[in-house]
Design a protein around this ligand. Structure first.
Ligand code: GTP
Ligand code: MG
Length: 215
């Protein structure tokens, strides 16, 4: 099944569901680059380290007339911001934990974020592991098979991505979108059409948020 990213305003006939997504991982692994590639289809060779967190949105249209709007919290990886992370993952429906395939320590850090999410985040959270900078072939320090084996064991989606070349960026978010519990969400939404904890927000009747960055 294929999927496309499109502005929410063009989705008036689709069912639109909103989910909260958090990005976690060591500083400089490429979290902001990955999300900016996904939202704006841009890449910068030099990007300032994130301060606190940044908020962006992007919409994915699935073939079955279902549209997923991601509300994305791109957290800061620097150690001094670590204590802020629970604020961003607490009600998250899904998480992308990022490491850099050239930096073995960044996979250890990713594993520690995944343990924390599995202990402290919503028990239904869907987690994807992203091995970023796959374009840096000659500097690879983590074998794909090792990361895949860990992801399988921990029950995670797994992709190697490149924010620079855009490899697997769309595939990563589409795979997450397809795993989100739409049926459960529709059945359990409250009278405002909202259920942020279990399965996002049905925006079928509230589709006026612009697509883009509100950092
Ligand atoms: P913090 O905000 O400090 O947590 O870092 P971050 O994880 O958001 O990393 P950021 O996106 O700022 O990227 C760090 C550096 O890596 C930047 O210079 C990017 O240009 C570079 N970078 C990010 N993704 C890729 C990639 O896929 N390939 C290559 N070659 N470089 C990348
Ligand atoms: Mg950043």
């Amino acid at each position: 099944m294929s999927a496309q990213t499109r502005p929410a305003s063009s989705q008036s006939s689709s069912k639109l569901h909103q989910f909260k997504l958090v990005l976690l991982g060591e500083s400089a692994v490429g979290k902001s680059s990955l999300v900016i590639r996904f939202v704006k289809d841009q890449f910068d060779d030099y990007r300032e380290s994130t301060i606190g967190a940044a908020f962006l949105t992007q919409t994915i249209s699935l073939d079955d007339n279902t549209t997923i709007k991601f509300e994305i919290w791109d957290t800061a990886g620097q150690e001094r911001y670590k204590s802020l992370a629970p604020m961003y993952y607490r009600n998250a429906n899904c998480a992308v934990v990022v490491y850099d395939i050239t930096q073995p320590a960044s996979l250890d850090k990713a594993k520690s974020w995944i343990k924390e999410l599995q202990r402290q985040a919503d028990p239904n959270i869907i987690i994807a592991l992203a091995g970023n900078k796959s374009d840096l072939v000659s500097r690879r320090a983590i074998a794909t098979e090792d990361a895949q084996a860990y992801a399988d064991e921990a029950g995670l989606l797994f992709f190697e991505t490149s924010a620079k070349t855009a490899e697997n960026i769309h595939e990563l978010f589409t795979a997450l979108a397809k795993k989100l519990p739409l049926e459960q969400m529709t059945a359990s939404r409250n009278r405002n059409g909202m259920n942020q904890r279990q399965g996002g927000v049905d925006l079928t009747q509230n589709n006026n948020d612009p697509n883009g960055c509100a950092c």
